[in-house]
Design a protein around this ligand. Structure first.
Ligand SMILES: [Zn+2]
Length: 121
């Protein structure tokens, strides 16, 4: 009788999402840990509540590790010089400058602003 084939016994209990990335799961859990409801969080991310609840349960059981995330800004429609953006993951708020009429912005190639100004590669 041997147990040498069990290389990672501690992984048996680790939660692994089936159809979503751990980064997404982490943002969902972070948002809920900030006081957001599972219902609104599931809606914001377009995930079923049942799935979100299973993640929360796994997190409560210590089977789910939260990864740091790159903020996922949901920015309100331009209405004035500045729009408020809220991170879908952690509900952090940040103001974004809107393009003014006359800017030579190419809106067809508009990209979401990155919090640090640079994309980590
Ligand atoms: Zn965030």
């Amino acid at each position: 009788m041997t147990t040498s084939q069990q290389k990672y016994p501690e992984d048996d209990n680790q939660f692994v999402p089936r159809r979503h990335s751990m980064h997404l799961v982490s943002q969902v859990i972070t948002r809920i840990s900030k006081g957001a409801g599972t219902g609104t969080t599931a809606e914001a991310w377009g995930i079923s509540r049942r799935v979100v609840r299973s993640w929360v349960k796994a997190y409560d059981q210590g089977r789910l590790e939260i990864l740091p995330h790159v903020h996922h800004w949901d920015i309100e429609p331009p209405n004035g010089p500045v729009s408020l953006g809220i991170c879908r993951g952690c509900l952090e708020e940040k103001k974004f400058r809107n393009h003014q009429p006359g800017d030579s912005a190419d809106y067809s190639r508009f990209r979401m602003p990155h919090p640090n100004g640079k994309r980590k590669k």
